[in-house]
Design a protein around this ligand. Structure first.
Ligand code: PMP
Length: 412
């Protein structure tokens, strides 16, 4: 499959040599978090061994090294997203904090009583709850784009929701619960034509496909480092510079100020204005190493490899009697979500765990979309570019054996 040597890639990830229940680990929980390549683990260690300091360039040698490393990571994120400038890249804890930052800055400034915020039925709770909190506080309304039976956004219905009171459209690029890849290009163009801004939740997209925020013309874009082979506790907000410069700060403190008196504080421009206090410096540096790593593998190679693996896994799973795949959109990435007749989802998860296979079973922090399909939980294997055809075969065979056990029971 394509220009990707999966066995070579696997050697980059020490944890893939781990054994679970006496079996080789099969990591199919990539939508929850991804594993870390050696280059990321080593980069974080190197930082603490050779560069550790707070970031204040002029003070001393280690401060200069730490500042260079931190700003180097910002440059890596700038390149990955295709942003115009590194001043459009804000470090936060993750996608959740990123969305809350935008709700508390853009939201409080530009969204008022009677205004409308549009999300889709596919959203993760992180892209629902902050908007509900804001809407309640300012008296705005939350509108929801419905999906069709494949789990794809209905663009005609979306177009009908847009109106002069729409201030923001906030949608995911890839659904963490179903794997649907949404038509963000069209969503953004329609929003802009209606005078609304757009936030794209890229938590599930940046590790699987090439993203370019300028080509998309996204106003805001967020992602989490830990889902793109980087450390936990670090993530990114992209915002168009001219828009960021109009926004008030969210948290106040050190780093984000230009001058403070007891009467008045002048703030730094973006991104420092939105990075109050000492940030997660070491993990930002680790994230930079992760982003450089995926660029070396090539997001086009990753996309092609994973696409073939997803098609193969879909064919295998859907051939199992009593298995219902939820989320059958034509354009999907990484995620397979299913329920199996006669089993609770956690029973399937436990059976897979006995074979060393890690999947998520539950509601995936996306209850509204699961309920749209009449279920409260699914089993969710999710693929990354270090997964193999052999691992997919083991998954499918294990689930097939469960299905046959119940089928046999019923017949007997
Ligand atoms: N959005 C989506 C689509 C996600 O999948 C996730 C993580 N499951 C989040 C937002 C939140 O990310 P985090 O928990 O890393 O802040």
């Amino acid at each position: 499959t394509g220009g990707l040597d999966v066995q070579a890639v696997r050697r980059d990830f020490p944890i893939l040599a781990e054994r679970v229940n006496g079996k080789p680990l099969v990591w199919f929980d990539n939508a929850a978090t991804t594993q870390k390549p050696r280059v990321v683990i080593d980069r974080v260690s190197y930082f603490y061994e050779h560069e550790n300091s707070n970031i204040h360039r002029a003070a001393h040698e280690l401060a200069a090294r730490a500042t260079d490393a931190y700003e180097g990571a910002r440059n890596s994120a700038t390149r990955l997203l295709g942003a115009r400038s590194s001043s459009e890249i804000i470090f936060v804890r993750g996608a959740t904090e990123g969305i809350n930052l935008i709700a508390n800055t853009f939201g409080r400034k530009y969204i008022g009583a009677g205004d409308e915020i549009i999300v889709s039925n596919l959203e993760h709770h992180a892209n629902i709850v902050p908007w509900q909190l804001l809407a309640k506080e300012v008296g705005a309304k939350l509108r929801v784009i419905p999906v069709d039976d494949s789990g794809q956004i209905l663009l005609e219905e979306y177009a009908k929701l847009l109106n002069p009171r729409t201030r923001l459209v906030s949608v995911t690029q890839v659904s963490n619960a179903l794997g649907t890849v949404t038509p963000v290009q069209e969503i953004i163009a329609l929003a802009h034509a209606a005078g609304a801004r757009v936030l794209i939740d890229g938590a599930q997209s940046v590790s699987h496909m090439r993203v370019n925020v300028q080509a998309l013309d996204a106003d805001f874009f967020v992602f989490s480092g830990h889902k793109v082979f980087g450390p936990t506790g670090i993530g990114v907000v992209y915002g168009k510079k001219d828009l960021l410069d109009t926004l008030p700060p969210w948290q106040g403190g050190g780093n984000m100020i230009a001058d403070v008196t007891f009467e008045h504080t002048q703030f730094q421009p973006a991104p420092a204005r939105f990075e109050a206090g000492t940030g997660n410096i070491a993990d930002a540096v680790g994230l930079g190493a992760a982003l450089d790593y995926v660029e070396r593998i090539g997001l086009e190679n990753i996309y092609r490899y994973e696409h073939d693996l997803l098609v193969y896994a879909t064919r295998g799973l859907t051939s199992i009697p009593g298995l219902r795949l939820i989320g059958t959109a034509a354009h999907k990435a990484s995620v397979l979500s299913f329920v199996l007749d006669g089993y609770r989802t956690e029973e399937v998860g436990a059976a897979l765990n006995r074979e060393g296979i890690a999947v998520r079973s539950g509601h995936h922090c996306a209850q509204p979309i699961l309920r749209r399909f009449g279920v409260e939980a699914t089993v969710r294997p999710s693929l990354a570019f270090y997964n193999t055809v052999g691992e997919v075969d083991l998954l499918v065979d294990t689930v097939r054996r469960l299905a046959h056990a119940k089928g046999g029971g019923r017949r007997g």
